[in-house]
Design a protein around this ligand. Structure first.
Ligand code: PLP
Length: 294
């Protein structure tokens, strides 16, 4: 993947009332080395991020992503991102994307070791081609996340509800899923509650209701799931947030992993038990997710 565009941001904004932040951005060569060797994001994964889909130059659901960035910053004791500044940075990056699908990443890091200031940057790159996942679907296996469903409340330092840069565990789960002959994983808490995938939210259809695990701090609240629920409700379909026991997976007649760049990938098997792929419905959902959304 060739990065198209990159800029660094000075994330410490002293004047809250300004409305132009261009002088806090530095455009950098996306192909050149840019980070200090002391970067705590690379040394410790100590930072947060967002991945925003860009469709034909339009960045999707920017407000929802910026809200989650702010939420992650609160959980990680990072300085609150200035919404106007980050929104402008997203606009600048999107203006440098061409037609087609791109991904803009926002990164806010603890900074460089022994320096007090956080560092931040924004990149834009062409998105991977997910056409096959969106149409033919994906097989998932359930994997124990190793925490019970009360872990987030009992041990907030696990940062389970924050989108941190520490994704090594998530990537290991996907590799394990592939070793088991599947395409992706679905995390289950150690006490048997359905959570999320390593890089996506899950939506299940049971008895005509579209259900997703309640975002109680144990999982990320997905912007794509939020958007999909809005669309489902606008079509008069029932949606529900609730605790989902793993036994409900057997009652599911269709299911999807949803995320900002892959969009809706129908699940065609859970632990090798086949699930129907509702092709027409999935195509309509993806058509909506590909339309401009704010
Ligand atoms: N859950 C996890 C762990 C994720 O990493 C992601 C996205 O990367 C999601 C859920 C879905 O979030 P979104 O729809 O905002 O991309």
């Amino acid at each position: 993947m060739a990065w198209r565009y990159a800029l660094t941001i000075d994330p410490v904004v002293s004047d809250d009332t300004r409305d132009d932040f261009a002088d806090t951005f530095t455009v950098i060569d996306p192909a050149a080395p840019a980070l200090s060797v002391g970067e705590l994001s690379t040394q410790r994964g100590d930072g947060i991020f967002e991945s925003i889909g860009v469709i034909d130059g339009h960045p999707q659901e920017v407000s929802a992503h910026l809200e989650r960035l702010a939420h992650s910053a609160r959980l990680c004791d990072l300085p609150a991102p200035h919404t106007g500044q980050w929104r402008q940075a997203v606009e600048v990056a999107a203006a440098n994307c061409e037609l087609g699908e791109y991904v803009i990443k926002l990164i806010l890091s603890r900074g460089v070791e022994h320096c007090p200031a956080p560092t931040a940057w924004v990149t834009a790159a062409p998105a991977a081609d997910f056409a096959e996942s969106r149409t033919r679907g994906i097989r998932v296996v359930t994997l124990d996340r190793g925490f019970d469903s009360a872990a987030a409340a009992r041990a907030p330092w696990l940062l389970l509800g924050a989108k941190t840069l520490s994704y090594a565990v998530n990537m290991a789960a996907i590799r394990e899923a592939k070793r088991r002959g599947a395409d992706d994983a679905l995390f289950i808490s150690s006490d048997g509650i359905v959570l999320e995938a390593p890089t996506a939210s899950v939506i299940l259809r049971i008895d005509g209701t579209y259900i997703t695990p309640a975002p109680t701090g144990q999982i990320l609240h997905g912007t794509t799931q939020l958007s999909a629920f809005e669309w489902l409700r606008s079509r008069g379909l029932a949606t529900e947030y609730r605790e989902v026991p793993a036994s409900d997976l057997l009652k599911t007649d269709a299911a999807w992993l949803v995320s900002s760049i892959r969009l809706a990938a129908p699940i065609t098997a859970i632990d090798a038990v086949p699930l129907a792929n509702d092709v027409e419905f999935t195509a309509a959902l993806n058509a909506y997710l590909l339309s401009p959304r704010d």
